[in-house]
Design a binder for this molecule. Structure first.
Ligand SMILES: [Zn+2]
Length: 273
């Protein structure tokens, strides 16, 4: 089911950890951002769009994690964009003959049989210095940063005041750092600064997982995520309800402890003997 969040911008929420797909209406059809998870829900979305007379004319994946790079044949054979780093990372994955079993290893077991792998990750890089998605519709600015995953991009639909945040700025998830990166916490704080720099132009923020928020929510989430990452840097316990004693997602405090551990390990490995 599609819900409108601004004129010409619609959101579909998956069952899988409230994952949001975003549809932006253009002149000849729609831009589909992070299409969905299961075969059935993507087929239903394709059907809804067909009924609205809005074919998919382009796709975009915010970052190279499996739940953002799926596709369904019913969306059609259209360009599916991502940043150059996102495309590189996926090309690298797909170059391994055992890529399907690698991906299968990280799928949530309750959905594993329903996730279509055939068209996974077929992403075309937007031209290197492109500041916007090349398509026939409202200007969609690409805000690339290195938090959470290599070549992660948030998208700002400027005329509509909508920030599509990818796996950032969630009300239900804590910041998940890219722990393979050289400076995971610095990368994260830098991305939050970028969001702060566009906050005046945003009326609605759509996180990859969680609820759509308004302008005030955007500022509150930036602040909350900033405090969480600073707490990680200090190796301390954040005062954050998402990982507190009554955390709504009971597995999230484990992710938090794991992030703390990995950062401490990293710091030890980098300390000269
Ligand atoms: Zn992700």
């Amino acid at each position: 089911m599609l819900k409108q969040v601004a004129e010409g911008v619609l959101v579909h929420e998956s069952e899988f950890i409230q994952r949001n797909s975003v549809v932006v209406q253009g002149r000849a059809g729609v831009l589909l951002i992070d299409p969905g998870i299961t075969t059935a829900e993507m087929a239903a979305l394709a059907n809804d769009l067909r009924e609205l007379g809005q074919p998919v004319v382009a796709g975009f994946s915010t970052h190279p994690h499996w739940d953002h790079v799926l596709w369904h044949a019913a969306f059609g054979d259209v360009p599916r964009y991502g940043t150059a780093r996102c495309a590189d990372s996926l090309q690298d994955l797909l170059s391994h003959t055992d890529w399907k079993s690698r991906v299968a290893g990280v799928l949530p077991p309750e959905f594993a049989g329903e996730i279509p792998m055939d068209l996974l990750g077929l992403i075309t890089a937007v031209p290197a210095a492109a500041a916007q998605i090349p398509w026939d519709g409202p200007k969609v600015r690409i805000i690339e940063h290195q938090a959470h995953a290599p070549g992660h991009a948030a998208l700002l639909v400027e005329e509509r005041g909508v920030l599509v945040a990818g796996d950032m700025l969630s009300d239900i998830l804590i910041p998940f750092l890219d722990l393979e990166a050289a400076n995971p916490t610095e990368d994260y704080l830098a991305a939050l600064l970028l969001f702060e720099s566009v906050a005046d132009d945003v009326a609605a923020v759509v996180p990859g997982h969680g609820s759509v928020g308004g302008a005030e929510q955007l500022r509150a989430r930036i602040k909350q995520d900033h405090a969480y990452v600073r707490a990680l840097q200090d190796g301390g316990e954040p005062d954050d309800p998402r990982v507190g004693p009554s955390a709504p997602l009971e597995w999230l405090p484990d992710v938090h402890r794991w992030q703390l551990q990995r950062l401490a390990q990293k710091a030890r490995n980098e300390t000269p003997e």
